[in-house]
Design a protein around this ligand. Structure first.
Ligand SMILES: [Zn+2]
Length: 389
């Protein structure tokens, strides 16, 4: 498939610089060239972009595609069982695509549902975003999110656990380095460090050997510290980030996926299970403070919504961006967290309108750099150069 998207306003390259007098030449699912009209070749057909804004497809770096995003997804799973959850995961693909989200990273699903859906999308059986899925979360026995965990204790089990996920086709590895807010009624606390630094080190070394990145669920300070030291690629959540940890992240090149919106939801909504709400209320202020304090540091920040979690629908990436914007009112930098930065964090050629990048993009009627809310007015979505919405 080959065409030139003409008559568009391109948010081009690493700085979303506006290019108005150029067309984008798509070929074999990639952006082949970006060129002025006078240089268009004769043999390639044009598609009229009607003066719209061409933005890279959005990337959500933290989702749970099988969860329902209602008040208590774990309870839904218990009621509905595996087969219905699989169907739900497939149907959720549509929500992402329709919101302009062309890539998601799923870092937690029961029975490897996300791996199966990812495969279905790759095979063309399902229309959906590119899904980079983790397989089972590597967790200490009795640790965070046991329902989708592979329990590992000690270096040997950690090694075996990570190899199992790679063998099954995981494209990212998820570890739990602290307790969490939502998931279990009792038995975990966000301040508790879970997998040790040594266990995480084994996991990181092995994952990196095979070209996979490691994402760490980390809320409390000791767990964040252990993960950064061990060499994880992304800190998920990171409420208790402080000056010393931020400096360590700068030195180690660790990225941060704050997931602000989901914790605000859990802390503020009535219908959320009480055990989770209580924990969230205690940490949301820290989260906001950390985000404001460290946004301008030399730490790559990526957008992740935790979609599927309590009261966090599969379109919540936009809510996450609005929340970030509320705390740090810099439209361009906020859009980058779900495009340029996110692509860099994944280590893939996505999230940018530039030659050699995957032809995943959205057409918007209005310029999102003028007002972030225009991101919600998606007119068309393309994945691999094909119109999917
Ligand atoms: Zn999550």
């Amino acid at each position: 498939m080959e065409y030139i998207m003409d008559n568009i306003q391109i948010l081009y390259g690493s700085d979303l610089e506006m290019k108005t007098d150029h067309g984008v030449w798509m070929k074999d699912g990639e952006i082949y060239n970006i060129l002025p009209k006078k240089d268009y070749p004769d043999h390639v057909e044009y598609v009229d972009g009607e003066g719209k804004y061409l933005l890279p497809g959005l990337i959500d770096l933290h989702v749970h595609i099988m969860w329902d995003g209602l008040k208590d997804p774990v309870a839904t799973l218990e009621e509905e069982g595996y087969e219905q959850m699989l169907i739900r995961a497939v149907s959720n693909c549509k929500n992402y695509v329709e919101s302009g989200i062309t890539t998601v990273r799923d870092i937690g699903s029961v029975d490897d549902i996300a791996l199966h859906v990812a495969k279905g999308v790759k095979r063309g059986l399902v229309i959906g975003p590119n899904i980079i899925a983790s397989g089972k979360t590597l967790t200490m026995t009795g640790g965070h999110d046991p329902f989708w965990a592979r329990f590992v204790d000690g270096r040997d089990e950690a090694l075996k656990g990570v190899r199992e996920q790679i063998f099954k086709g995981a494209e990212v590895i998820k570890v739990s380095s602290t307790g969490g807010v939502y998931g279990r009624h009792e038995g975990e606390s966000v301040g508790n460090a879970e997998l040790s630094m040594e266990e995480q080190q084994v996991i990181c070394n092995e994952a990196h050997k095979f070209g996979l990145k490691v994402a760490s669920h980390a809320i409390g300070r000791q767990g964040i510290f252990n993960s950064i030291q061990a060499g994880v690629d992304t800190i998920e959540h990171g409420h208790y980030l402080d000056e010393e940890l931020a400096t360590m992240m700068e030195e180690k090149g660790t990225a941060w996926i704050p997931t602000l919106f989901v914790y605000q939801q859990i802390a503020s909504l009535e219908e959320i299970p009480a055990y989770a709400k209580e924990k969230a209320v205690e940490i949301v202020e820290r989260h906001e403070k950390a985000f404001k304090s460290f946004f301008d540091r030399n730490i790559l920040i990526g957008a992740g919504s935790d979609a599927g979690s309590p009261c966090t629908p599969h379109t919540a990436l936009l809510d996450e961006l609005f929340m970030m914007y509320k705390f740090v009112p810099n439209i361009k930098e906020i859009i980058k967290t779900a495009t340029i930065n996110a692509g860099e964090i994944l280590g893939r050629r996505v999230g940018k309108i530039q030659e050699g990048y995957k032809a995943d993009f959205v057409l918007l009627g209005k310029n999102p750099l003028d007002d972030l809310k225009y991101l919600g007015e998606v007119e068309q979505v393309f994945i691999d150069g094909r119109l999917v919405y």
